[in-house]
Write a protein that binds this ligand. Sequence first.
Ligand code: HGY
Ligand code: MN
Ligand code: MN
Length: 407
Amino acid sequence: MSDSGATSLPGLATLADVGRDAVRGGYSRHLFDDADRTLREWFVERASRIGLDVERDRNGNLWAWWGAPGPDALVTGSHLDSVPGGGAFDGPLGVVSALDALERLIASGASPGRPVAVVVFAEEEGSRFGVACLGSRLLTGGIAPERALRLVDAEGHDLAEVLAGAGVDPAHVGRDEQALGRIGLFVELHVEQGRGLVDLGAPIGLAAGILAHGRWRLIVRGQGNHAGATPMGDRRDPMVVAGALIARVPELAAAHPGSRATVGRVTAVPGGTNVIASRVDVMLDARAEDDATTRALVAEIADCAAAAAAERGCTVELVEESWADRVEFAPSPRAELAAALGGPPVLATGAGHDAGVLAPLVPTAMLFVRNPTGVSHAPEEFASAEDCAAGVDALEAVLRSRLRGAA
Ligand code: HGY
Ligand code: MN
Ligand code: MN
């Protein structure tokens, strides 16, 4: 199945050619790269066209307001950035659906009776700077500004430089009490990343919670050398250690039911075909039902790496790059959303979201839209036009039910 997501909602069709990745397939849209800038321009234009006032907060997140910004705001939205070679829906479906739902509410003559906003969070995937949900973490104080500003992308640009280049003053990033204090309820609509709704035969669901999850860098160091001049017995090859530890990850994860551990990225230094690497960075993504299990799994993987390294005269250093506690979405407002939607299924997810970052601080809920393949973070990610339309209907119904004026 190709990424035919472009046809599932008119708003997605508008974005269909933005950030296409000719090498990986799918889309690569990363913080303030050309694709992200184009998507942000699209958002401002579309939001302005339906009468919303758009502002960018101190952390680079975009907020499109129906009415003046103020307390007890009803906020919906998601992100526009992607993983490398990602699908068309992860993020943009939530933003397009939010704009569509507000356009309908405004056109219906509803009076909000409270501030309403669509938010686009920056760098949700952490694809450029390595930390997931960077924009919402900065907003909530989930990451120290000094640490965030030092984050470096693959080309060696740090976040401070990239923000400044986009007109965001690095000196002002950090917890934004005013923006946070305004949020009365945040509702994020997102394509389901899994087969829960498919198996239940339902187009729409509500989120129960999010696995604890994080990202770690295992730095394996050995001795760089010549691939031809170095006898096999004279090597301290970190790539061999990386291979040994990666091969053990599935069985270590399987020992913790429900957990997931993935190595999706390995970087060798210097990275020559005829060169024994001196260093190999193994990027680990690990997730489990609770914080302690996730950390225990990572510790077991690190122990396995250390043993493999010791056997081969190498060393391993474990660096935590991103962490998110397990999230349980509160029964309220979930119950109110369920009432507005006639009691859709409630399902857990292994995917992280900005809603998970906000949930401990403000009333938060998530809506899922069925994904027939269950595949995500790949070009095959999909949701049908019917289910996307059902998603917009559901989001409109939820928002309408939370307005304080005439619905
Ligand atoms: O990695 C995640 O779970 C999310 O897609 N950022
Ligand atoms: Mn994602
Ligand atoms: Mn997402």
